[in-house]
Design a protein around this ligand. Sequence first.
Ligand code: NI
Length: 181
Amino acid sequence: MYIFGQPVLRKVAEDIDPENYPNLQELIDNMFETLRRSEGVGLAAPQVGLPIRLFIVDLDVLSEDEPQYKGYLKTFINPEIVEVSEETCSMSEGCLSIPGINESVKRPSKVLVNYLDEKFEEHELWLEGFEARVFQHEYDHLDGKMFIDHLSPFRKQIIKSKLIAMTKGKFNASYKCKANR
Ligand code: NI
């Protein structure tokens, strides 16, 4: 897992040519394995060091409490946000690349999205609830953004020293990390 401070997390990722990307399925499988091991719900390619427009979401891990997410393992290739709702909501977010920090983030409640799945089939649909939230968080990673960018100057100030420590490799995570030291 690439940790805050790694330059790849701040790059705008490139579109994938899905029919001409070597070992794409293998990469996707590896990302799902990494995600399971880190006990997260979403993982974007820049978080594993690749500046390409791909992320995966595993809501199946929540299905014991939220049965509607049973089998929810989705791959999003070259995703786009077509439209967002005016209505917003706040939810607590964390990120595997920013271990130990959770903050409330305000985002649109619903998003109309477009993407290719792992079979390169195109989908366009409205997402809402937790699904919309995770999509927007992961989508940010593809534009070199992170959830902390959405915080107020006050909240940013509160977490600043933790972030500086993180760039020096001072943080705790239960998974394998690549930090800038
Ligand atoms: Ni994240």
